[in-house]
Design a protein around this ligand. Structure first.
Ligand SMILES: O=c1ccn([C@@H]2O[C@H](COP(=O)(O)OP(=O)(O)O[C@H]3O[C@H](CO)[C@@H](O)[C@H](O)[C@H]3O)[C@@H](O)[C@H]2O)c(=O)[nH]1
Ligand SMILES: [Mn+2]
Length: 741
């Protein structure tokens, strides 16, 4: 399929997956199975009592699962793949290339180490793109002089690093990642000397930053080296300080050159004003400040947003993105180009299911086929005007502004001007956070902002390059993973209950497929309720001999067996296809369960508390470093418990309940031969048997020693709760199950 006009000028190409007929047959067969299950549940409703209750609940859960499964088809129906022609871009449009402003956000130097932040900065400064058109902005919500100091060091090191990258065709261009991968010089002779010199320059810088971080302040001799340090005094705290803007490299200045006398990209440090009395709207607030500050300084028509842990892994990414936005025929339809979120620190079998592989390899290609992917906050190129609220107009062929805004002001005047744009009061009574910039009030500012851009008529592009564009870090403990997913699923659910609900807000504006796909994400957290019901009620029903499934000899058994087997086999093959190991798939299944039991329920509760006005939104920043012990266990793929968390108590209690009920079920079947006449309980036995997936929990409770094991208090509480559920008389109608077919 073509991307643009047919005369060879196309800048990208679009391909759709083939052989979808088989997929559609699979879909129809599972749908038929689901309908039969629902029919069975509806016509066999028992006559009352406890079994009636259990039955109705299971019916509800199965209705939900079926409905949700249908939603997930939206992202599997029409997978779409994109390919770019970068050479053509350079040949034809070299002189028309737009200014690109790159925004990096950081929030806290203790969990986002300054050295990591500046590696991200250096990697994007070194993009293969005309430097005079490139500006890099770092927003520091930690308002930390350590981060400022690290950035200052980076601005100096960039003078060696940028020419070095060119000379050695370095990839990736994050120095720390590069020197980790390339241990010895790839060339010989004088070049090897050069290579070593740059390496030691980097190491010396790393050292100096390390010293400052350990000290907790910038050494006096360094402080003297830049006027910017005068902004920090002892009264400054992360949530109480004036606005700070420091232009560390002014790209317009003819004197700012690298070691080989080439120009450098502009580099700006920014910390917006913070006062305890003013809510700062987390990352969305930072992004909007960046939008204003950059409009004063470089005013790039294209904005790339990356999180501070997401370094550039591919120095040609900017050109790739521009192939879409500058395509003559189609380019004007696209508001943003989202690249996949890939994490560097995923273990072989992806113990916490954090690789998001299914999302990046399946979902997002599917989304691209129905109007475009979500904006996921990092690794995304936007047209500035789209972020500023512009509506799509099919008749106006938006041209990207190629030239830099002419600015007469000198650097310090510019800095002063910029500071006025990021005071606490600046946004009062404006449309910022509403119709302008990123949206406020949501823990997933990215998703809701992307949705509203798409609802203004724009499309978006998902570009999954063969060389990954960005690499970040995923959480390395179970608790962090669950907390991160709580934030995401809570934000998504809030969207559903707000005026931005995809079906209402998107009515007549986005395709049905896209509405369904957004709804799929929005309804992540409510999936917890039927899942909780399943894992609590099924084992209890087994315990009390309450049959909830058809006898295996009955015809009604077929749809259950087919739907479960077909969907699980499909999920397995899909996972293997996108590169999971078998164990990786199993781990993914476990995390699927854990999120639904211990993360999403909190999202549901907090969403309702927020709807009632009781709770305020928060943003728990994900840690990017872990201590040695924890990292080691992560490498060994040992699940990390070790905290007194309600999340773990829930997981452990359910795991205990399941194993107790399973054992009593097996015992009765084997020793007492009780189930002989009622194979109907067999299904329940099998479902309970999947407790095997909880093995890491049992290990953490009973077998492991050392760090990361389940705290004793959690173990004791959960055993007590499970026994309580076990001994509670529930439904004393054993007979009901015996008369059942
Ligand atoms: O008050 C804040 C809080 C966070 N951040 C930055 O926001 C980014 C994302 O925070 P992180 O804790 O790493 O969240 P993740 O869950 O990893 O991030 C994903 O989800 C977020 C929404 O929940 C999006 O904002 C991110 O872009 C997206 O990568 C980081 O660079 C932070 O420094 C700020 O600048 N200010
Ligand atoms: Mn992150």
């Amino acid at each position: 399929m073509r991307g643009g006009v047919g005369d060879g000028a196309v800048l990208f190409e679009t391909k759709r997956a083939k052989g979808r007929i088989w997929y559609k047959l699979y879909f129809c067969s599972v749908l038929a199975g689901l309908c039969m299950i629902w029919v069975y549940r509806a016509i066999q409703i028992p006559g009352g009592g406890g079994r009636w209750w259990a039955w109705i609940g299971i019916f509800g859960a199965e209705l939900w699962f079926g409905f949700y499964w249908i939603l997930t088809q939206a992202v599997r129906w029409n997978p779409t793949y994109r390919y770019t022609f970068k050479e053509r871009l350079s040949q034809r449009h070299q002189d028309k290339l737009p200014n690109v402003d790159i925004f990096i956000c950081t929030a806290d130097p203790s969990i986002e180490p300054p050295i990591m932040v500046i590696n991200t900065v250096l990697s994007v400064m070194a993009y293969q793109y005309p430097v005079e058109k490139l500006s890099v902005y770092l927003s520091d919500d930690g308002g930390s002089e350590l981060t400022f100091y690290a950035l200052l060091e980076a601005s100096r090191f960039s003078k060696a690093w940028l020419p070095f990258c060119k000379k050695f065709k370095v990839e990736p261009r994050s120095p720390s990642a590069y020197f980790e991968e390339t241990l010895v010089s790839p060339r010989e002779g004088a070049e090897a000397v050069d290579w070593l010199a740059t390496k030691s320059l980097y190491e010396e810088m790393e050292n100096r930053i390390d010293v400052a971080v350990k000290l907790g302040r910038v050494p006096a001799d360094q402080r003297k080296r830049h006027k910017g340090f005068s902004q920090w005094n002892s009264a400054i705290t992360p949530c109480d300080h004036q606005a700070i803007v420091e232009i560390l490299i002014d790209g317009r200045d003819e004197k700012s050159l690298d070691d080989e006398e080439f120009a450098l990209p502009t580099l700006v440090y920014m910390a917006r004003e913070k006062r305890p009395s003013h809510h700062h709207n987390f990352k969305a607030g930072a992004m909007n400040s960046l939008l204003r500050v950059s409009s004063e300084i470089s005013n790039g028509a294209i904005i790339l947003n990356v999180d501070c842990d997401m370094y550039s892994n591919n120095s040609e990414t900017v050109k790739d993105a521009l192939c879409f936005l500058m395509d003559e025929e189609k380019g004007h339809e696209f508001a943003f180009v989202q690249l996949p979120q890939i994490f560097k620190n995923i273990t072989k079998n992806d113990i916490y299911g954090n690789s998001l592989r299914l999302m990046t390899e399946v979902d997002f290609h599917g989304l691209d086929g129905v109007g475009g992917p979500l904006y996921t906050g990092s690794g995304c190129f936007h047209r500035r005007e789209c972020l500023m609220g512009k509506k799509y107009d099919a008749n106006s062929n938006v041209q990207l502004e190629p030239s830099r805004k002419i600015l007469e002001a000198n650097t310090s005047i510019l800095e002063e001007k910029a500071k006025h744009l990021i005071t606490c009061r600046y946004e009062s009574n404006t449309e910022w956070g509403k119709e302008m910039g990123l949206k406020y009030g949501s823990p997933v500012e990215d998703v809701i902002t992307g949705l509203s851009i798409q609802c203004r008529g724009w499309k978006s592009i998902y570009f999954n390059a063969s060389r990954i564009g960005f690499l970040g870090v995923a959480p390395v403990t179970l608790a962090q993973t669950l907390v991160q997913h709580k934030r995401w699923s809570e934000g998504d659910l809030q969207i559903f209950f707000s005026k931005y609900c995809p079906f209402i807000f998107g009515h007549g504006k986005i395709k049905l497929g896209l509405k369904l796909a957004y709804t799929m994400y929005c309804l992540w957290s409510p999936c917890s309720l039927p899942t909780l019901y399943y894992v609590v009620i099924l084992p209890l029903a087994l315990l009390h001999d309450i049959s909830l499934y058809p006898n295996i000899k009955s015809i009604w058994f077929m749809p259950f067996a087919y739907v479960i087997a077909a969907t699980k086999l499909y999920s397995l093959s899909e996972s293997l296809w996108v590169g999971y190991t078998l164990k990786g798939w199993w781990n993914e299944q476990r995390m699927w369960l854990f999120k639904r039991l211990a993360s999403y329920p909190f999202a549901v509760v907090d969403t309702f508390l927020k709807l009632l006005g009781i709770n305020k939104s928060a943003f728990i920043v994900t840690a990017k470093v872990a201590d040695k012990e924890v990292s080691k266990r992560y490498e060994q793929e040992m699940m990390e418990f070790g905290a007194h968390s309600l999340m773990f108590t829930i997981l452990a209690t359910i795991a205990m309940l399941n194993v107790i009920c399973l054992m009593s079920g097996v015992k009765r079947m084997v020793w007492e031969g009780e189930f002989g006449s009622q194979d109907s309980l067999l299904v329940q036995l099998v479902v309970c048997g999947t407790v095997l997936i909880n093995i890491p929990i049992y290990e953490a409770m009973f077998l492991r020693s050392g760090g990361g094991r389940m705290p004793n208090s959690v173990t004791i509480t959960s055993i007590a709760l499970a026994i309580l559920a076990y001994v509670l008389p529930m439904w004393q109608n054993r007979n009901a199950s015996l008369v059942f077919p």
